[in-house]
Design a protein around this ligand. Structure first.
Ligand SMILES: [Zn+2]
Length: 394
C-alpha cells in the first residue's frame, strides 16, 4: 500500500539504526551526539539522503553477455542469439560476471534487486554483501509435458533460505510455462508465501499464440491454451499482491484494471524497452487504472547498463509529464514493495530497513535534487553525483 507522504529525500545529518532498521532520521548535526543504547548512527551530514534504489527486475546471470547482442525489434532472433552466446560461456565465467554486476549495482546507488536465476548459479557464489536480493529461481517447460515434471522438481530443490536473500519463484513467461507447471509453482508460492515474478504480455506474438494459437510461436510451441496470460495466472491462483508482472506492453481490455484490483506489481524496464525499439509503453493508462509501476534494468543482454539512475533518466525522457518524485518512487518505494516483508524497504522512515543512499549533490532543495538525480545520465552521473550506500545501516 502506498504511504501518504514518504520521505523521499532529506538533508539529514544522520540516521539512527537499530538491528538494521531505521529508528530515527536526524535533521540536525546536534543529533550526532546523542547516545542510544544498542543503536548506531550513520553519519550522512552534508549529503542528500534517500532510500537506496531498488531494481525490480534483473537477470544478473546474463551480465557476461554485455555488448554481444544486437539491439533491434526482432525478439525471436534476439532469443536465439542469446541462447547461442550464453551457451559458449562456462558457468564459472557467467558466475564471475554476475559477481561484478552485483558490485556495479551497489556503486550506482542500488541497495536491492529482484534477480532472476535460470541457471542455478544462485547468489552464494556472487557474495552480494552490499545488496538485498529477492532471488527468484526461474523455470519453464515450453508447454512440453515431458519437461514439466523436471521443471517442477528443479524449483523445489532450488529454494533454500539465506541471509540477505529473500526467495521468490519465477515461472519464465505466460507462453513458456504450461498451466500444469504454473499450478505447481503456485502451490509452492502459496505454501511458502513467496513472491512470484513472470514476464507478461511482452510481445504481440505471445498474445497471438496464447489467445488464438496463431503466429510464429505456433510453429515451435504445442497447442495453445486459448487463454490470455493474465487469465492463466488467475486460474493458477497467482493474480494477487505477491505477483510481480514484468513488461505488460500489450494489456488486453480490462486487464489493467484487473492488475490494479489484484494489487499486483508491474515492472517496466525502460532501457530494455528501448533496446527492442518497442511501441511507447502505456504508462499513463496504467497509472490512471491505479497500477503500481516499478522500474527495473532487465539484463545486459538487452540493456547497455545496470544502473537505475539511467532507467529513471530514460523515464523522464520518454514521459516528460512525469514528476521527478514519481519517477524516484518507482525506483524506490514502489519497487521495494516487490520484497513484501514485514519491514518495508525503499523508504526512509522509522521502521523501514536502513538501506540508504547518500548523494553528493549540490542542489539546494529537495525538488532540484530529485530533478537532478532522476535525470542524470552519462558523464553527469560520475562527475557530479557520487553516491554511497548502506545496507541495514552498514
Ligand atoms: Zn526479464
Amino acid at each position: 500500500m502506498q504511504r501518504s507522504q514518504p520521505l523521499v529525500a532529506t538533508r539529514a545529518a544522520a540516521v539512527v539504526v537499530r538491528g538494521g532498521v531505521v529508528v530515527e532520521v536526524l535533521g540536525h548535526a546536534a543529533g550526532l551526539r546523542r547516545v542510544r543504547a544498542g543503536a548506531r548512527e550513520v553519519d550522512c551530514s552534508a549529503q542528500w539522503l534517500t532510500p537506496g534504489l531498488v531494481n525490480a527486475h534483473a537477470h544478473l546471470e546474463l551480465s557476461a553477455l554485455a555488448g554481444q547482442l544486437e539491439p533491434g525489434p526482432n525478439f525471436a532472433a534476439w532469443v536465439r542469439a542469446l541462447i547461442q552466446v550464453r551457451g559458449a560461456w562456462p558457468r564459472s565465467g557467467l558466475a564471475r560476471a554476475k559477481s561484478k554486476a552485483f558490485a556495479q549495482l551497489s556503486t550506482s546507488g542500488t541497495t536491492a534487486v529482484v534477480d532472476i536465476d535460470s541457471l542455478g548459479l544462485g547468489v552464494q557464489r556472487a557474495s552480494p554483501t552490499r545488496l538485498r536480493v529477492l532471488w527468484c529461481r526461474e523455470v519453464l517447460d515450453a508447454f512440453d509435458s515431458s519437461r514439466t515434471r523436471a521443471a517442477s522438481a528443479r524449483i523445489e530443490r532450488a529454494l533454500q533460505r539465506r541471509a540477505l536473500c529473500t526467495e521468490g519463484v519465477a515461472p519464465h513467461a505466460s507462453f513458456t510455462v504450461s498451466p500444469e507447471l504454473l499450478a505447481h509453482v503456485a502451490r509452492i508460492a502459496v505454501r511458502r508465501s513467496l513472491a512470484c515474478t513472470i514476464h507478461w504480455s511482452e510481445t504481440e506474438h505471445e498474445l497471438l499464440w496464447l489467445e488464438r494459437g496463431l503466429g510464429p510461436l505456433a510453429e515451435v510451441l504445442g497447442p495453445s491454451p486459448k487463454r490470455s496470460g493474465l487469465d492463466l495466472l488467475a486460474q493458477a491462483g497467482l493474480l494477487g499482491p505477491r505477483l510481480i508482472l514484468v513488461h505488460g506492453n500489450h494489456p488486453g481490455a480490462g486487464e489493467m484494471e484487473r492488475v490494479a484490483a489484484a494489487r499486483a506489481l508491474l515492472v517496466h524496464c525502460p532501457g530494455s524497452h528501448a533496446w527492442f525499439q518497442r511501441a511507447p509503453f502505456p504508462l499513463a493508462r496504467y497509472l490512471k487504472a491505479g497500477v503500481r509501476v516499478a522500474l527495473g534494468t532487465d539484463s545486459l543482454a538487452s540493456n547497455a547498463e545496470l544502473d537505475m539512475r539511467r532507467e529513471m533518466a530514460l523515464m523522464r525522457r520518454s514521459f516528460a509529464w512525469l514528476e521527478p518524485e514519481r519517477v524516484f518512487s518507482m525506483a524506490t518505494q514502489i519497487a521495494g514493495e516487490a520484497f513484501l516483508g514485514p519491514v518495508p524497504i525503499g523508504v526512509l522512515e522509522p521502521g523501514a530497513r536502513a538501506d540508504i543512499a547518500a548523494w553528493n549533490c549540490p542542489s539546494a532543495g529537495a525538488r532540484p535534487f530529485l530533478d537532478a538525480v532522476t535525470a542524470c545520465a552519462g558523464t553527469a552521473r560520475a562527475g557530479t553525483m557520487g553516491v554511497r550506500t548502506w545496507l541495514g545501516g552498514r
